[in-house]
Design a protein around this ligand. Structure first.
Ligand code: CIR
Length: 264
């Protein structure tokens, strides 16, 4: 039995997942059965990394509801429910909130702020937030009033979210495709730099010493391992076709917050 270091909220892709929002050229070939099998492997990887996995109820009508990361962020002792820009995704937030409220208080942000969790890259002292197609300056300013950490905007020049291009692996290490973001505020970190044709591998999920990453990038995998990390490679084809990647499929609640689940 692994040491349970965190709780991961996940939601299986529902029946309408093949209609997910996407700008990917192969979006019309999303296969639900393959997506479900890839999601099962993802859940096993979270467990292998020491996670307690909690399944949110399926949402067959909400095509993008498997991308739970976007609906809320962990903010010290509470959760911030994200004011999502896409109308079709806003109902997902309340559905995640019913479960989050069993752990900690949930707070909200007023319009015209718009924010997706995929734009929020938390590090020990600073929260970097993508200024992107989905997240605006209003939200970044509002977030800075809700946390004692520094909040720093990062312009996303290509792709959906900040974490589509850069993710924090712990120990001051970032994995990043610098062609997709204005990286001037990220110079302080050590980088594993991926090339434009490896861009999809810049979204990884670090859980302690284990890094979940998309399969098919042996060069990047070796670089991550050279930093002393273990890697778990996951087939992600169906989620990639829906503009989603590794971090999007879960909301990670650190052990400290998970332990203090509010008695119902
Ligand atoms: C969307 O466009 O909202 C979804 N199809 C993909 C969301 C991916 N989420 C993420 O990168 N955090």
């Amino acid at each position: 039995m692994p040491y349970l270091a965190f709780t991961a909220l996940v939601r299986k892709p529902g029946l309408s997942f093949p209609q997910a929002l996407s700008g990917h050229p192969e979006k019309s070939s999303i296969d639900l059965a393959t997506a479900l099998s890839q999601h099962e492997d993802y859940v096993k990887a979270l467990q292998q990394a020491g996670g307690n996995v909690e399944h949110l109820p399926s949402q067959d009508q909400l095509a993008d509801a498997t991308f739970v990361e976007d609906t809320a962020i962990v903010l010290e002792d509470k959760f911030l429910l994200c004011p999502m820009k896409e109308l079709s995704r806003q109902t997902e937030v309340q559905s995640t909130a019913t479960v989050l409220k069993t752990y900690r208080d949930c707070i909200e942000m007023d319009p015209p702020a718009t924010l997706d969790g995929g734009d929020v890259m938390d590090t020990p002292d600073t929260i970097f937030v993508g200024l992107s197609k989905r997240t605006n300056l209003r939200a970044i300013k509002a977030l800075s009033e809700l946390t004692s950490k520094k909040v720093v905007p990062v312009s996303v020049t290509k792709g959906l979210h900040l974490k589509s291009a850069a993710t924090f692996l712990g120990n001051n290490l970032l994995i990043i495709d610098p062609t997709r973001v204005d990286a001037s505020n990220l110079q302080y970190f050590d980088w594993i730099e991926v090339s434009e044709n490896e861009s999809y591998s810049s979204n990884c999920l670090a859980l302690g010493n284990t890094v979940l990453m998309p399969a098919g990038f042996p060069n990047v995998r070796d670089k991550i391992q050279s930093h002393g990390r273990e890697t778990i490679e996951l087939a992600m084809s169906e989620f990639e076709k829906a503009d989603g990647s590794i971090t999007c499929l879960s909301l990670i609640i650190p052990r400290r917050a998970a332990l203090q689940k509010i008695p119902q």
